[in-house]
Design a protein around this ligand. Sequence first.
Ligand code: HEM
Length: 769
Amino acid sequence: MAQNRKLSTPLSLDDTASKLDEQTKAQDLSANTASPGARLTDNMGHAVSDDQNSLRAGVRGPTLMEDFLFREKLHHFDHERIPERVVHARGAGAHGYFQLDKSLSAYTTAKVLTEVGVQTPVFARFSTVAGSRGSADTARDVRGFAVRFYTQEGNWDLVGNNIPVFFIQDAIKFPDLIHSVKPEPHNEIPQAASAHDTFYDFISLTPESMHMLMWVHSDRAIPRSFAMMEGFGVHTFRLVNAQGHAHLVKFHWKPLLGVHSLVWDEAQKIAGKDPDFHRRTMWESIEAGQPFEWELGVQVFTEAQAEGWDFDVLDATKIVPEDLVPVQRVGRMVLNRNPDNYFAETEQVAFMTTNIVPGIDFSDDPLLQGRNFSYLDTQLSRLGSPNWPELPINRPVNRVANNQRDGHMRQTVNRGRVSYEPNTLGGNKPAEVPQARGGYVSYPERVSGPKVRARAESFGDHYGQARLFWNSMTPVEKEHITRSLQFELSKVETRDIRLRMLGHLERINEVLAAQVARALGERPRVGGTARPGGTADSAAETAVLAAATTPTSASGRLHRAKGLSQEEGQPRLARGRKVAILAAEGVNAAQVAAVSKALTDAGAMADIVGPHLGALAEGVVANKTLANTDPVLYDAVLVPGGAASIQTLIGLGDAHNFVAQAYKHAKPIGALGEGTELLTASEIGRLLRAIAGPAAGAVQAPAGRPDAVQNLSEVGGMRLASGAGAQKLAEYGIVVGQNGGTPAALTAFVTALGHHRYWGRPNVGQVPA
Ligand code: HEM
């Protein structure tokens, strides 16, 4: 990558960034970056001799007004907070670069999309929508996916989400949508959750939200990592080329690690065990030298093509199916540097949909048009001054020059007596830039029409693409959507609202509606095929859902569409995964070393989780304890051998919990040598023996033996690790290896880790929470 790097062609005017590469923004920020100094001073530079005691009249007397050091310190502290974002308050960001591989010069003049090989610095921020700044990362919610490109032609912000559609068609409904999903105003409950009455009251009265609703009940709303989610510009934008011809475009980010998610039970537990789960994963991964990476994709099409479709591309509740217009991958974004300061960078970054560059333009999507007002407007409330664009994270890398002046906290010291245009006193600088030299000119779209408050008829189909999405899901994805709707609607206290929601679901799919109805204690009004629901792993229910599809509309005449299921065609890599290695004193050190090496080689990370921190065997040091971490924080669990270690772990409920939760959440489980005994001794031993087959399952405790339980688990462990039983288990992502067979078992474990989850494990619902 680095060898292919080019510097951007300088523009012919002065005042533009003449050189652009990955470092450009970092160098720009460095002017404002401070490392700790040696001498403690106040803000006016006075050296401080005592930072422990305020100035008093006598050691037990009152504090003196003249204590300027005390007052300045408290004054600053008292005003440290700024309003959090009204939406997307909870987020985390990182720096990196975007590098174009394929020029889009046929469609646009934007240099960021035409200069192959140039590294444009970027800052990306990922967020949830509903929760407050201190809420948990893993709430069921849309994720914001906002990327700022610091291009040589000014900032371009692609302020997107990880879901390609939105709840509403017109921005005038945005305050209503957000008020309904936020904690209810009388008691400020619930935090970062849509499972409450006001949200479903609004949604059930807003049928245009049904397509988006299917997405937020899918696994897309509980991503495993920011690096494992797609990003979408959502709206249709316009690209304009050097001849002035326009094409329409949808922007996509495709994660190199594939799209993968948590399971809902796990997401809720993580919210308590590590509310910083997503930001921590990104921070640690970047610190460990593993960047987060996506490819930028575009769907380019013409107005004429769009006119032929049975949906409107200006309607943000609709996708353009990839079957109609394939996604061309044109470049790559690499996030490889953590911010130096959360507040200065991630909190103060102010994205705006109106940050676009020549060659990119808006469409008339009424949601986008409304956003174009809202983002600029909100920055004043949050950042407190029209000078917020001067903040280091917000200023572009090319030179800003205009006649704007003054205002709170003005940083720039503008020279000269002229602050207007046109002028002769200042040589009429800065001067307007003609289009031919990079001045922004809007696409001269022809518009006319009566002033009306009305929606186009072409925005009228609210269920067709919701059905397309449903039809495109795999059986397990349908099951997850069903469970999620059952969960959320069961928390709605007003029956009328629940019934209204069932009415909408019936129009999406009758079997889905019937399954949800049963969980709500309602008789399904339509659809006779549903089985009683309620268990977590009813194979019968999955089968019924698998067969349930519905005719579509507003979908390009497709019955199902490519790219919607996240189970299909995803890269399955161990990279970026985290494994818990369970160990106690006497663990087999050679096996731990082999496991650690295999995981490092695959780009995965591991914690050694022991009964206590510190040394457990030669070269094996526990960095986490069974008490301070939790199985939900890992992608897989591995239990190495070592007789003494296993005896200790068998005696600890927390160790049992690790393997049981991993089984419940469909995660790979590995056991080497005596490690298999922990599996058989745990609550899932019975389930594993049932999978492994009659030979292992038939092992009985010999009569009259006081050590029977221990021996039973040993014998069971050996049986699990042998032949056909082991093979059967491996199909469900449970990799067992005898002491001699470690290399093969490790390879199988690393492959299983990349597989992500093993759905369809029997009797998952029997594993206690
Ligand atoms: C397709 C629909 C939408 C998407 C993809 C979207 C995306 C986002 C994202 C990613 C952020 C967080 C920016 C950051 O990281 O700082 C954000 C913030 C925000 N959005 Fe939206 N949004 C959408 C619709 C709307 C609408 C319709 C409005 C208002 C009419 C709106 C108003 C806001 C506001 C006021 C903020 C806070 C901005 C800040 O404080 O920096 N959004 N949005």
